[in-house]
Design a protein around this ligand. Structure first.
Ligand SMILES: C[S@@+](CC[C@H](N)C(=O)[O-])C[C@H]1O[C@@H](n2cnc3c(N)ncnc32)[C@H](O)[C@@H]1O
Length: 311
């Protein structure tokens, strides 16, 4: 391991490979799926916080300290989120996508939504609010199922609680905040009567089998952290997960450039795509495994069920 600084310049270096192995072998996180620059950046932050100036010294600490490995692994999840993040994109989703999905086949059909990389739940509850605004409460409970998943189990636990402080709810318009949150001491809780439509679970986008029969897949500000190979694998999983004609809603900095055969762009600035029909043959998610990365079957331990056995 050299004594030079991590520069985040994206070169493949032996010291980075050693770290990827260390974190993967210790069961913390499969760092190899993320862009190298993310690991470099998060390591620089940790070294600066700890006052460590050489990568070699930080590597020695990682070898001996499980606690530090956990902290670094957790930082790789980049848990930044907010309610209705990028309001213009959400307004487009509401008016151009949700309205159409809800009116499909004369209305009345179930709508299955997947918030993939849901972090601490703000995105999933934003979806719940957007759908509850469009339907009456009984219809919302009867028709809406929102599966919200993340690889970070601490984030999923926080999301499940539905509890947020004043600051976290700060971005939400006052009317929605009063209508959809009830006070619990110093915190505010998402309305318990609407909560059953939202199901949270731990799910790793690279390693776990995708959900299925999804009408709207929201995966925002998550794909951009993955390596091109992992991103390809995840995108294949999204094609598998979505019903024909289903929608994919990405973050403002995320584009599917090489997926014209699988997804059609609905709106270039809002980063909404529509799933194209299968061209025949098994889905690519099953055909192209990422070297060295096993696909985990859905097991009893998963708290998110697809309602259908994986193909
Ligand atoms: C920047 S946050 C985005 C949160 C939310 N989608 C938004 O746009 O506000 C990225 C999320 O992706 C999750 N994530 C990272 N790697 C993942 C993986 N392999 N599988 C599932 N989620 C992952 C992180 O835990 C984190 O919550």
């Amino acid at each position: 391991m050299g004594e030079g600084r991590y520069t985040g310049n994206g070169r493949s270096r032996p010291e980075r490979a050693a770290l990827v192995r260390l974190l993967r072998d210790s069961g913390e996180v499969d760092v190899g799926c993320y862009k190298p620059v993310l690991l470099d950046r998060q390591m620089e932050v940790r070294m600066s916080v700890l006052g460590i100036s050489s990568p070699a010294a930080y590597h020695r600490l990682l070898v001996t300290s499980g606690a530090e490995r956990e902290v670094l692994a957790h930082r790789l999840f980049v848990g930044v989120t907010s309610f209705f993040r990028d309001p213009d994109a959400w307004e487009f989703l509401r008016s151009a996508v949700l309205a159409g999905l809800l009116a499909r086949d004369g209305g009345g059909r179930e709508i299955r939504v997947w918030s993939a990389g849901c972090c601490t739940g703000q995105e999933a509850y934003s979806l719940a609010i957007a759908l509850a605004e469009a339907l009456d409460p009984q219809e919302y409970l009867r028709r809406v199922k929102i599966f919200a998943t993340d690889a970070d189990h601490e984030a999923v636990q926080a999301a499940r609680s539905g509890l947020y402080d004043e600051q976290e709810l700060g971005e939400l318009p006052a009317g929605l905040r009063a209508k959809y949150f009830v006070r619990q001491g110093r915190m505010l809780c998402f309305r318990p009567d609407l909560r059953p439509a939202v199901v949270f679970g731990r799910h790793d986008l690279v390693h776990d089998v995708p959900l299925s029969r999804i009408d709207l897949l929201v995966c925002r500000n998550t794909l951009l952290y993955f390596s091109p190979q992992a991103r390809d694998r995840i995108t294949d999983g999204f094609h598998f997960a979505l019903r024909e004609g289903g929608f994919l809603f990405l973050g403002n900095a995320e584009l599917l450039l090489n997926r014209r055969d699988q997804f059609e762009l609905v709106h270039p600035r809002r980063h909404v795509y529509r799933r194209r029909p299968d061209r025949g043959g098994p889905p690519r998610a099953r055909k192209v495994p990422l070297p060295g990365v096993p696909v985990r079957p859905v097991t009893q331990g998963h708290s998110v069920h697809t309602g259908r056995a994986p193909r």
